[in-house]
Design a protein around this ligand. Structure first.
Ligand code: GLN
Length: 454
């Protein structure tokens, strides 16, 4: 009830939730109280969470931030949200996001933009973005409108909003969480993960979300470790890699200083820091912005006005006209841009030059990490090249927007776990994050390092 009261008060300004399921939440809380009274206490018993509106929730509208799914009520539950329910969590509602998770500012949602709760701290007229695409999830947690939230990360959509909102968020290893029931953006990159106030809270949530699922052929059949316990391991004796290619010209000096500070904390706690090289990292962003739109153009072909959601048709018109009208009215500008880029790079004349080339570069990026991990246990970088920016900035310049993801996309291309840790504030008092990237399926080390940077 306290969370619902907070939502009623703050959500009109923040727009972090697109759907608030107040009645269901109170009924679930009551059921949880009864289980508790009967001595059945799940790992997340009674914990109020927000669910990114990309996760299908049985009987609750799931929009993916798009007009085209405005009226879509899934008949089934995503595996990840089901696992949270099985552990006793209470869902407060569905969190806003960029349309189909495409974006870095949560300004492309059909339900309108989300405001960063850190906005207007010093300047009452400045409305800042929460980051994207999981901007609603991050804003809800930062504003205390949920204790944690689910999110997804295809190129940074967990880590960048977490950094902008001063909270923690982890994109686990590709395959750690099932993608079943999550609206697909780019299937070889998409991963679910939690955002929460602390690294330890993320560890607790991830333990509940992760695990093998026969309904997702890319889900990993591996045991799920006790991530919360791993937070207490410490970093003594660990070797931490610092990639020299991440020292970008023109990066905010406060971010450079925070990075140095974080490395010093790790050395003080007994870790060793070493410079490493990821020579192909500079190609990661262009590679991502070929692979992700290519897969998106294929995944979004299913929104045809016949099978899901919205349908726009004229009496007497043919099937092609139905497709065109539905997709033109249903998709926003950024989604249309991605579909056009994706179909272009996959088309017969350009496939070798763009898509195939991008796949080859992706293999080189993955190999860079394999080489690095022969020598180090984890890699530490900034999470983003800047703090949260204003809501009207970068909106007409897609490339400036895409540059937000410069530090995050590599982990997706290589399938590796990446954790954003709230590590400091800039001169304006806005949060800044550091990122810990680990070996595949070694989230435990990532959590241990992240805990030392908090
Ligand atoms: N900002 C990136 C994009 O727009 C990443 C989005 C994501 O991780 N879902 O594609």
């Amino acid at each position: 009830q306290a969370h619902l009261d907070g939502i009623a008060k703050l959500n009109p300004r923040l727009n972090a939730y697109v759907t608030v399921t107040a009645e269901k939440a109170l009924a679930a809380a009551k059921a949880s109280d009864e289980r508790r009274a009967a001595g059945q206490v799940g790992a997340l018993e009674g914990i109020p969470l927000a669910i990114k509106d990309l996760f299908c929730t049985a009987g609750t509208r799931t929009t993916a931030g798009s007009r085209i799914l405005d009226s879509f009520v899934p008949p089934y539950e995503s595996t990840v949200s089901q696992k949270l329910l099985d552990d006793g969590a209470v869902f407060l509602g569905k969190a806003n996001l960029d349309e189909f998770a495409m974006g870095s500012s949560n300004t492309t949602s059909a339900s309108g933009p989300v405001e960063n709760p850190w906005s207007r701290a010093n300047d009452p007229d400045t409305r800042l973005v929460p980051g994207g695409s999981s901007g609603g999830s991050a804003a809800a947690v930062a504003a205390r409108l949920a204790l944690g939230a689910t999110a997804t990360d295809t190129g940074g959509s967990i880590r960048q909003p977490a950094a902008f909102c001063g909270i923690a968020g982890i994109k686990p290893t590709y395959g750690r969480c099932s993608r079943f029931g999550i609206v697909a953006f780019a299937s070889s990159l998409d991963q679910a993960g939690p955002v929460a106030r602390t690294v330890e809270d993320c560890a607790i949530l991830l333990k509940s979300m992760a695990g093998f699922d026969p309904k997702d052929s890319t889900s990993a059949d591996l045991p799920v470790p006790d991530f919360a316990r791993a937070c207490e391991r410490g970093v003594k004796g660990l070797r931490i890699g610092v990639p020299k290619e991440y020292r970008l010209d023109g990066m905010a000096p406060e971010i450079v200083a925070l990075w140095e500070q974080g490395l010093q904390w790790l050395r003080d706690a007994g870790a060793e820091t070493v410079e490493i090289s990821l020579p192909h990292a500079k190609y990661a962003l262009p590679t991502y912005y070929i692979v992700a739109p290519a897969e998106a153009s294929s995944n979004l072909a299913r929104y045809d006005g016949v099978r899901f959601g919205m349908r726009v048709t004229e009496p007497g018109s043919d099937l092609r006209d139905l497709y065109e009208r539905t997709r033109a009215a249903g998709f926003g500008a950024e989604v249309r841009r991605r579909i056009m880029i994706g179909t272009y790079v996959l088309s017969a004349g350009y496939y070798d030059a763009y898509y195939l080339k991008a796949q080859k570069v992706r293999a080189l990026i993955r190999r860079d990490f394999e080489n690095a991990y022969a020598d180090v246990d984890a890699i530490v970088t900034p999470a983003t090249p800047s703090a949260a920016f204003g809501m009207d900035e970068k909106q007409d310049d897609p490339v400036a927007m895409y540059l937000n993801d410069i530090f995050t996309v590599t982990a997706n291309l290589a399938g590796l776990p990446g954790l954003a840790v709230p590590a400091g504030l800039d001169a304006q008092g806005l949060p800044l994050g550091l990122q810990v990237i680990g070996r595949a399926f070694d989230e435990e080390t990532v959590f241990a390092v992240g805990r030392a940077l908090e």
